[in-house]
Design a protein around this ligand. Structure first.
Ligand SMILES: [Fe+2]
Length: 507
């Protein structure tokens, strides 16, 4: 942590109209221009707008691995304020695409906001005009009355496929961007257009190249929609099912034959949303006593859903799932409760005011073992490490994996400072902690082209934010030797806000 007498300029934000300096003062106050944030935690920078769209060559420390050639795309919220209004939650802002071009040991960095319909309208108005999933539109309940009209911010997941860079939200269609210039082309329907609310997380079948997408639709009966796009872009399967209950979901599982939805006990109370009193987040109810329901949907869409009970756990993200010997193995990060996200003291809310808030429940690596004959599931905790953002080697998607990679929290809060690996066979872990003044985001795995199917041969790339300098960096680590620390670091000249997810496009 920062010493109490340190006076550090953390960040300078420049644009045509505005210059803002953030300081940790003698008293530890975090000051934003003439506004004072009540709290002192430097991680408030994760929720501060990036005012300039950049394109430059960052300074390289160390040696870029010779086999590492491609583009690392990242996506996450990048604008949290307009006028005097600020988003209520760290997970809520206009999508900022970042691209690290790494070719023959040379690197360039670029970022650009996704020009969504909402972004353009609010740029023109100079204020928030739409409600988002954690923040109601300005103007009180009359402005928010009626069915929720949450606009896409295209700020959660980037995905590159068939020459197109997609930016996903959890509502509406994904936006398509130019993979080289990051210029926004516009939203794109996938499939017949019947599914509009695509979830941000999609899966690739590593053996046949299928792209599996799902979405949900709240209502009197909650529905799920599934689309499977073949490698050539044609639609192989598209179907909808009624779900047994309302549940917010962010990610899912896919195996060779099944799409598996994890209905966590987080239902939606529609009434306060309809009367304009609560945002989507505030209308979620956490009821762990109800347990989770695993809904198994055959990829053909022609079989009745299989519904299996499981212990209650909040899941943001899955590692992967696969079929083996009459069973399905499904690995994920699960929390006893989402105290970092729901409630007034939740860390993702309070950090917007510089307070660390609550995040007592640890994200633990967990495994469902689903017996397909008995229609039962058992849950096993695989590690006591506090983790998030699980990933696997991209050639193992929907099939058996043996290694996973995550971020890790040494201080037992939701803001992580380490990257970690887990060997699912031996239980062995390896990790590197950047220190308590660093926040690191999801680490993306880039396979070593000389060993393309080896789950340990490749590199992890994570974007870090240094609380001492107020600037961000990209760290590249050898996946087989995490504890050795970065082999190369690319220093940015500014901070970057929280970036949820990335995609490695090898070239
Ligand atoms: Fe996610």
């Amino acid at each position: 942590m920062l010493s109490s007498n340190s006076i550090l300029t953390l960040l300078s934000l420049y644009d045509k109209k505005l210059k803002i300096d953030l300081y940790f003062g003698m008293e530890g106050e975090l000051v934003v221009a003439e506004k004072t944030i009540s709290g002192t935690d430097w991680r408030a920078l994760l929720g501060r707008t990036i005012e300039i769209e950049h394109n430059y060559q960052p300074v390289i420390q160390g040696d870029i691995p010779k086999g590492l050639n491609g583009v690392l795309y990242r996506n996450g919220p990048g604008r949290f304020e307009r006028g005097t209004k600020t988003k209520n939650n760290l997970l809520d802002g206009d999508g900022l695409i970042q691209a690290f071009h790494i070719i023959d040991g040379k690197v360039s960095y670029q970022n650009r906001f996704v020009r969504t319909e909402k972004f353009l309208a609010e740029e023109a108005a100079g204020k928030f005009t739409s409600e988002t999933w954690t923040t109601l539109a300005p103007g009180g309940f009359l402005k928010n009355l009626g069915p929720p009209d949450i606009k896409s911010q295209a700020g959660i997941v980037p995905h590159y496929r068939n020459g197109k860079l997609y930016a996903f939200d959890e509502v509406d269609y994904p936006y398509v961007l130019d993979g080289e210039t990051l210029e926004t082309y516009g939203p794109e329907k996938i499939g017949s257009g019947a599914l509009k609310n695509f979830k941000a997380h999609t899966k690739i079948d590593a053996q046949n190249g299928d792209w599996i997408l799902f979405g949900t639709e709240f209502g009197r009966v909650m529905k799920a929609h599934v689309i499977i796009q073949g490698g050539n872009g044609s639609i192989k399967s598209q179907f909808s099912v009624d779900l047994p209950r309302s549940a917010y979901m962010h990610d899912f599982f896919v195996t060779e034959n099944y799409v598996i939805l994890n209905l966590q006990p987080a239902g939606l109370n529609l009434f306060p949303m309809m009367v304009g009193a609560k945002s989507f987040r505030d209308a979620l109810k956490w009821e762990p006593e109800k347990g989770n329901l695993l809904v198994l949907l055959h990829k053909s869409g022609s079989e009745e859903p299989i519904i299996i009970e499981a212990p209650g756990a909040w899941m943001w993200h899955s590692y992967n799932a696969y079929e083996v010997g009459g069973k399905i193995i499904a690995d994920f990060i699960g929390y006893e409760e989402p105290d970092h996200f729901l409630g007034n003291e939740a860390a993702f809310k309070t950090i917007m005011k510089g307070d660390i808030g609550t995040s007592n429940s640890k994200g633990l690596s967990r495994r469902y073992e689903i017996d397909m004959a008995r229609k039962t599931a058992t849950e096993t905790i695989l590690s006591n490490q506090s983790c998030e953002f699980p990933i696997i080697h991209p050639t193992k998607g929907c099939y058996a994996h043996s290694k996973g990679y995550t971020t890790m929290g040494v201080d037992n809060n939701i803001f992580h400072s380490a990257v970690s690996s887990l060997d699912f066979s031996s239980g062995k872990t390896d990790s590197f902690d950047f220190g308590d003044h660093i926040h690191v985001g999801e680490a993306i795995f880039a396979p070593d082209p000389a060993h393309p199917a080896d789950e340990s041969r490749g590199w992890l790339m994570t974007v870090g934010l240094d609380g001492k300098t107020g600037k961000s960096f990209l760290a590249i680590l050898d996946a087989a030797a995490l504890s050795d620390g970065p082999v190369a670091t690319l220093q940015l000249t500014h901070h970057t806000p929280l970036s949820f997810h990335g995609f490695w496009r090898a070239v």
